[in-house]
Design a protein around this ligand. Structure first.
Ligand code: GTB
Length: 217
């Protein structure tokens, strides 16, 4: 059955792969699934046809036959549960990998989003310079803990899983802040994710939307 996802017609990140369709593309590439991408404008995302797929008028969405999903976590979990390569077979290891997906989205990403929002939208506020270090320290607090847990392991819990896919995707949003480089093991962890062939294909495909040139690899 054909899988169709949605992505920004023109991503505000200029092709850096930070919009959430990259996570879904990456999961599809890891699972070896072909997919189509429907590009949507900011205006189209708020129109009834798209709102029927995504109640909050956002990307990405996922369509497969008569199934329509939104929320990246749910989409990646759906892919991971039905196809090999993203979740271990052992039931307990599988549960732990899913736990890391939730940890990435619910525990690590919120302070990172707060930092992104502060930098993007609050730079002109009189309290910006005072608040920024507080927001950065909330990010560091989470990274201290994550870095301690990862230690010198390659992945969070044994082999690469959807938990790592989600955690690396979340951490990538920090790169421009420089904070990730304060944690060499986390920077190396992210780099390990980025060199995976499936990530590269996903990244190149989203970049091609931005540049208008088809992926070369
Ligand atoms: N919880 C949802 C999920 O995980 O799927 C959140 C989805 C979401 O935030 N979608 C964003 C969106 O559609 C795109 S990814 N925004 C449009 C809107 O709300 O009107 C977030 C994003 C956007 C831009 C960048 N960037 O330019 O760097 C990075 C990430």
């Amino acid at each position: 059955m054909t899988i169709t996802i949605t992505a920004f017609e023109r991503s505000p990140d200029g092709g850096k792969g930070l919009a959430r369709d990259t996570r879904v593309r990456w999961a599809l590439e890891e699972a070896g699934l072909p997919y189509r991408v429907r590009l949507v404008s900011f205006r189209a995302m708020k129109e009834p046809a798209h709102l029927a797929l995504h109640p909050f008028g956002q990307i990405p969405t996922y369509e497969e036959g008569d199934l329509a999903l939104f929320e990246t976590g749910s989409i990646v979990l759906h892919i991971a549960e039905r196809h090999a390569g993203l979740l271990p077979d052992d039931a307990n290891a599988r549960a732990r990998a899913i736990t890391w997906m939730f940890a990435a989205l619910n525990t690590v990403e919120p302070p990172i989003l707060e930092l992104t929002t502060a930098r993007l939208l609050e730079g002109d506020k009189p309290w910006y310079e005072e608040r920024l270090p507080l927001v950065e320290d909330r990010v560091r607090n989470r990274l201290d803990q994550l870095s301690g847990r990862l230690g010198d392991a390659d992945w969070l819990d044994g082999a690469f899983s959807a938990g790592d896919l989600m955690m690396v995707s979340v951490l990538l949003r920090l790169r421009s802040s420089g904070i990730l480089d304060e944690y060499p093991n986390l920077a190396a962890y992210v780099a390990r994710g980025e060199v995976r062939p499936a990530y590269k294909r996903a990244f190149d495909a989203q970049l091609a939307v931005y540049t208008g040139k088809p992926p070369t690899g």
